[in-house]
Write a protein that binds this ligand. Sequence first.
Ligand SMILES: NC(=O)c1ccc[n+]([C@@H]2O[C@H](COP(=O)([O-])OP(=O)(O)OC[C@H]3O[C@@H](n4cnc5c(N)ncnc54)[C@H](OP(=O)(O)O)[C@@H]3O)[C@@H](O)[C@H]2O)c1
Length: 300
Amino acid sequence: MQPAQRKPLPRSWALERTVWLNTGAPMPLLGLGTFRLQGEEAVRLSLDAALENGYRLVDTAAVYRNEAAIGRALGELLPRHGLARGDVFLTSKLSPKDHGGELAEKACLRSLEELGCDYLDLYLIHWPGTQGRPQQDPGNRERRQQSWRALEKLHEAGKLRAIGVSNYTIRHLEELLADCRVPPAVLQVEFHPEVAQSELLAFCHQKGIHLQAYSSLGAGQLVGRAEVVNIATQQGRSPAQVLLRWALRQGVSVIPKSASASRVAENSQLWTWDLSQTDVEELSAMDCGKRHCWDPSAVA
Ligand SMILES: NC(=O)c1ccc[n+]([C@@H]2O[C@H](COP(=O)([O-])OP(=O)(O)OC[C@H]3O[C@@H](n4cnc5c(N)ncnc54)[C@H](OP(=O)(O)O)[C@@H]3O)[C@@H](O)[C@H]2O)c1
C-alpha cells in the first residue's frame, strides 16, 4: 500500500507530539482517557485541565455513557481555550451490543449526535465479539465483518475520518486485513510493562496500523510497583510519567485517564526528558501477561 499524503497539522499541535496515520491524517500521541469519568462537572474539570496542558485528543466510547457530557463540555471549553473543533481529535467506539451492519451504522450516528459533531476523527470497533453471544460463537466473526462494512461506508461518506479496532488480536487483524476495502488505521489495546505485546506491536508496525495504548498505568495499579518507582526516583519523574514515556519510546500513543486536574497535568509532562535504554529494558522485563482489563484471545 502506498503511504497516504500527509495532511497538515492544526496550528495548536506540536510536531513532536504527533503521529501520522495510514490515512495521512495527524493524530496526537497524548490523549485524555475518559472511561469511568462520569458527571458533567467531572468531565468539564478533566477536559479543562487537559486542554490547558496541551492534550488535543479525547477518547470516549458509547459504553462510557459520557459522550453527551463530553460534547457539551467541548462546546463550552474550546472557545475558552481559543480552540475550534478541528484542533481536537475525537475518538469514539462501537458498543459490543451494536455489532451488525445497520445497528453499527445507527450506533455511530448516535455517537455523533451525542457528541454534537458532524464527523469523528476516529471510530473503533470496541470489542471483536458481540455482547450476549458466547466468546467461541463463530457468529462473532460475521457480525464484526458487517460492522466493519458499515464503518467503511461512513468513512467513505466523510463522517469517520479514520476507522480502527480495539482489543483485536493478531488473528482478528489478519482476518480483517484479508477482507476489507479500508484497512484499520489504529489498534487500541491494553499496553503497559506487564502486557508488553511485542509481537502485536511488530505486526502492527509491519502493516501500517498505529498502536494506541489503553490502561498505560495498569488502571492505576502500576504506579506503586517498585521497579517503576525506582526508575521514577532516579529520573526525578513520577511513576505515571515513567509508564507513559515507556509506551511513547516504542512509538505507541497514550490516553491516560484522570479525574484530577493535577494528575491530568502531571500526565502531560512527557516531552522534555527521556528514559535510558536500560530503564526501558528493566520496565519491559516486567512483562508477564497480567491484564488489568479484558482478554480478547478467546473471541472466535
Ligand atoms: N478500548 C478499550 O477496551 C479500553 C479499555 C480500558 C480503557 N480504555 C481507554 O483508555 C483510557 C485509559 O485507561 P484506564 O482508564 O483503564 O486506566 P489508566 O489511564 O491506566 O489509569 C487510570 C487510573 O489511574 C489513576 N491515575 C491517573 N493518573 C495518575 C497519576 N499521575 N498517578 C497516580 N494515579 C493516576 C486514575 O485515578 P484518578 O482519576 O483518581 O486520577 C485512574 O484510577 C480509558 O479512560 C479509556 O479512554 C479503553
